[in-house]
Design a protein around this ligand. Structure first.
Ligand SMILES: C[S@@+](CC[C@H](N)C(=O)[O-])C[C@H]1O[C@@H](n2cnc3c(N)ncnc32)[C@H](O)[C@@H]1O
Length: 209
């Protein structure tokens, strides 16, 4: 998915997104528990990659982390800056992060890789792997599925991933998978989350989980 398509799709429906998802209160309690427990493992600077309106950025800041957010969509970044004036938000793309190599203790990518074509997902993950220091954390939230497949997302085409396949992509990108989570239930699309740690070596170990 081209970045300009993603940006324009969310820009066109930004108010709707803000109304529906712009508050941490609209997130699932078990997601809050997962992000909070992951946050407790981190030290150093943290990036909320694809922060949208900044609700998770603020959630991480409230847990004592030095966190900033970036997103493609100007309306989201503006809203985040207004809502959370003490936090730092920037317009930016995962594929070219304005951060030094190994400068981050962690990256949160909460539903922000969902529009990447599977063949394009290596580029953002390579950037995440570049900026996260060895031992630092990555948390990816995504739409779970039995196969890698596109679907009609309200903004623009989204992709479902089986946990095992996305885990393998993370391993290839330089991460060790720590935990995987899935959730199904009425009113929710099947959800997946993976926590991973930046490896220091080059070799890919077995996937944990
Ligand atoms: C489904 S929203 C999730 C936003 C936020 N993480 C949340 O949980 O509400 C996906 C977000 O990822 C951002 N995004 C997608 N691809 C991106 C890219 N290549 N670089 C930066 N942001 C991107 C979109 O602009 C959008 O705000």
């Amino acid at each position: 998915m081209r970045r300009d398509v993603v940006r324009e799709s969310y820009s066109a429906r930004s108010q709707e997104y803000l109304d529906l998802f712009g508050s941490i209160d609209s997130t699932h309690p078990s997601d809050q528990a997962l992000v909070a427990s992951w946050a407790a493992t981190l030290t150093g600077a943290v990036l909320d990659a694809g922060c949208g309106p900044g609700q998770w950025t603020d959630f991480l800041a409230q847990r004592g982390l030095a966190v900033s957010g970036i997103d493609l969509v100007p309306q989201f970044v503006e809203r985040a800056r207004v809502q959370y004036p003490n936090l730092s938000f920037g317009l930016g793309a995962f594929e070219a992060l304005d951060a030094a190599t190994e400068s981050m203790g962690g990256v949160l990518s909460w539903y922000s890789l969902i529009h990447h074509n599977p063949q394009d997902i290596e580029a953002p993950l390579a950037e995440f792997a570049r900026v996260i220091r060895p031992g630092g954390g990555l948390l990816v939230g995504f739409f779970n599925g039995t196969t890698v497949e596109p679907f009609d997302h309200a903004a623009t085409t989204g992709y479902r991933w089986p946990v095992a396949e996305l885990s393998q992509v993370l391993v290839t990108a330089g991460f060790e998978v720590i935990e995987t989570h899935t959730r199904t239930g009425s009113g929710y699309r099947p959800h997946g989350a993976i926590t991973a740690r930046r490896r220091s070596g080059k070799t890919a170990p077995e996937i944990g989980g």
